[in-house]
Write a protein that binds this ligand. Structure first.
Ligand code: GLC
Length: 522
């Protein structure tokens, strides 16, 4: 009997609900669509779902602008639909983890509406960051912070008397005002939200912007060179030390529900600072994004893996691995696109699945979907596009709906061809239906790899040792079970290390591993 918690080696499958499966023909995916497609997840062999936000939202940032955290948006099917999903997933032995968004609310949240109506100095304003502007008439924002999506992080409001007045802080879209966690209502309400979902059988949470929430009290200016959709460790907008008290509070609640897991989105690069979030009384798991930031390069991959292992080791925590998600783009494209991109993505899936810890697979990754780089400008929906003054196209490229079946869009995703983002006609070759029939497809391959990872004792235990390899190749061996993983990121075929070959991402050539390929040996 293992005493490890279920999530310590789990494969989480990230479902971007708008894009997974549409049950009611409005062109937007929903929860009943997901429930009807759970068989795909059983077929693939995943342990848990991470569901991107489905709570009530005006959808300015597709659910990351929450107007009611304790109800499901009608577009996703309402409360009854999530109850059906939880029951059906649990029946299949699949856990459900949900996104929660503590850093900000929607501007349509009743608290923010009350704050606007209440006027300067009112307690209702204290739940957010309202400040007077600088300049003689308060016409300048309180500091120089920018929104992660571009443009200023402050928006000036019209006061109830009709005059321009205070400014409020929003690190993301203007429809996403930042909550002030120093106001006691904010934690109390978040506690209600966590308990609400845990009582309904949810198995844990992915905590959005887990390194946000706390701000330095004097809100000092940031450096001038802050970029859209990224930030450094010395950025005053994020990672303020008092955030850890919030995480301890969250953990104390979640600990009332044995087995429930918290996974933080922690964009902090310094290992010591990052690991603070994984202390025994804070988050269970934290995303490490280094593998999403690098090319198909052996040295960079080696460093990213070492870095993640070293960071988690600081707190004896479980490593997590992820190659892509709804924010960072798909790896097939990052590795060069086309056939080479696909081969490399397949090889990197094997590297990821060979590593000790929890793995996150983003829906469509198992099909080898690329980013859709040529979406027409008029269909772009990510707020980044508008807020960056049309200089950053944003993240829609990796959010295009999943192709299930058939020869033309919407490929079984919906009954309408008018899907919320258009689907490329050449995805006909990538449908789940086609790939299930083809033993050499990415999907069949993923399924085989996941089954081995689940069934074989060689994948047991934490830790790994690197073995001698050339500059363009990698070989590591799992310390516990002894699995060996070899990756060839070079241009010439690679001699395999000793052992019995159990899986290769491409056929061997004269007994050697070709370029852009990986192998598992025992
Ligand atoms: C996180 C989410 C991203 C969202 C942002 C604001 O980074 O992953 O999709 O836009 O938070 O909530």
């Amino acid at each position: 009997m293992s005493h490890e918690p279920w999530w310590s080696s789990a494969v989480f499958y990230q479902v971007y609900p708008r894009s997974f499966a549409d049950s009611d023909g409005d062109g937007i995916g929903d929860l009943d669509g997901l429930t009807a497609r759970l068989e795909h997840l059983t077929y693939l062999g995943v342990d848990a779902i991470w569901l991107n936000p489905v709570t009530v939202s005006p959808m300015a940032d597709h659910g990351y602008d929450v107007a009611d955290p304790r109800d499901i948006d009608p577009v996703f099917g309402g409360m009854a639909a999530i109850e059906r999903l939880i029951a059906a997933a649990h029946q299949r032995g699949i856990k459900i983890t949900m996104d929660v968004v503590p850093n900000h609310s929607s501007s349509q949240h009743p608290w923010f509406q009350a704050a606007l109506a209440a006027g300067p100095g009112a307690d209702a304003r204290g739940r957010y960051y309202f400040r007077d502007g600088r300049g003689p008439l308060g016409e300048l924002p309180p500091n120089n912070w920018t929104s992660v999506f571009g443009g200023p992080a402050w928006t000036r409001i019209v006061e109830p008397d009709g005059n321009p007045g205070q400014w409020y802080l929003h690190l993301f879209d203007a429809e996403q005002p930042d909550l002030n966690w120093e106001h006691p209502d904010v934690f109390d309400d978040f506690e209600k939200t966590l308990r609400f979902w845990l009582e309904r059988g949810v198995d844990g949470f992915r905590i959005d912007v887990a390194h946000g929430m706390a701000k330095p009290s004097d809100l000092p200016d940031a450096k001038d060179d802050v970029k859209v959709l990224s930030h450094s460790d010395d950025d005053p907008r994020f990672n303020h030390p008092s955030v850890h008290e919030i995480h301890r509070g969250i953990r104390a609640i979640v600990d009332d529900y044995p087995g429930a897991v918290t996974i933080g989105e922690v964009w902090v690069m310094d290992n010591a600072r990052w690991a603070e979030y994984l202390r025994a009384d804070e988050l269970h798991l934290g995303f490490n994004f280094r593998l999403t930031k690098i090319d198909f390069d052996a040295t960079a991959i080696h460093d990213a893996i070492d870095n993640s292992l070293a960071a988690t080791a600081l707190e004896n925590a479980t490593p997590t691995w992820t190659l892509s998600n709804h924010d960072v783009g798909r790896e097939v494209t990052r590795y060069g696109g086309g056939e080479a991109g696909l081969r490399r993505a397949r090889a990197m899936a094997m590297v990821m699945l060979a590593l000790p810890g929890a793995v996150f697979v983003y829906n469509g990754e198992e099909l080898g979907l690329p980013d859709v780089l040529d979406l027409p400008e008029e269909v772009l929906q990510d707020p980044t596009w508008e807020r960056s003054g049309h200089t950053e196209r944003g993240r829609d490229r990796c959010r295009v709906p999943i192709p299930w079946s058939g020869e033309a869009p919407p490929f079984g995703f919906s009954t309408t061809a008018d899907t919320w983002l258009p689907m490329p006609a050449d995805w006909a070759a990538l449908t789940v239906e086609k790939q299930r029939e083809d033993p050499d497809s990415m999907l069949s391959f993923f399924r085989r790899a996941l089954k081995m990872r689940r069934d074989r004792c060689e994948f047991a235990g934490g830790g790994l040792d690197w073995q001698a390899a050339t500059r363009d190749t990698l070989i590591f061996r799992r310390r516990g079970g002894g699995l060996v993983c070899a990756l060839n990121a070079g241009r010439r075929a690679m001699a395999l290390p000793p052992g019995e070959l159990i899986l290769a991402s491409a056929p061997l050539v004269d007994g050697k591993l070709p370029p852009d390929a990986a192998a598992w040996l025992v």
